[in-house]
Design a protein around this ligand. Sequence first.
Ligand code: HEM
Length: 215
Amino acid sequence: MPRARLSRSGWAGFAIAGLLALGVSAYAARYPIVGPPAFAAGLRDSFLRHPWAIYVHAGFGAVALGVGFIQLNPAIRSASYGLHRWLGRAYATAAILGGAAGLYLAPYADTGPIAATGFGLLAVLTMLTTAAGWIAIRSRRVAAHRRWMIRSYALIFAAVTLRIELPLLIMAFGDFVPAYRIVAWLCWVPNLLAAEWWLRRAGARMPPELGGAAA
Ligand code: HEM
């Protein structure tokens, strides 16, 4: 994704997504730093039963969301390949550990099995896509690495979309329960579809070594 290929509106969208990612990352980082006073009111009792799981989940999730966004920035990526590699290791470790803690927490999700299944599947796919991206670059398959990491970050970005969609769904339904069950799926399925759409569309314009149409 060289700089010249993003339009002005593309860069504006990139900047807005970055601000949202950093905002949610800071919100989540409060969990391991502040402890129980930071817990969301309605989920406090559940988290008090698994405090270490939510600290690991929110702490590593915050790192993955923030570092992952830096990794997507083509200017930073091309400035230093060494930095990209170190941040990439931090991202992959954080996404897999945060995802594993998310998988542990999923069965206890508020409102029951529909939400638990949505979050559980999100956790499994986050770990799988991230591991696939890591394995791909270890075997020097750059195009596959890029595709898997875009999918991985689309899933990590569910932390942002959930916090935009949930208040809107609560307003629409006038009730938390259906809103939470829906958001456990709506926070990540469209992200993944959008990533696939973008990869197909951008793939046609990419050089073969980055997974373009000629690859
Ligand atoms: C890998 C994808 C993710 C999965 C599967 C996942 C899953 C979960 C689950 C199951 C809960 C508990 C919900 C409940 O008990 O009802 C939760 C809460 C939470 N997660 Fe995640 N999550 C993911 C990504 C992230 C990321 C990237 C962050 C960091 C930005 C994050 C930050 C939080 C926070 C702060 C909470 C506490 C609830 C709140 O204050 O909103 N999660 N997550």
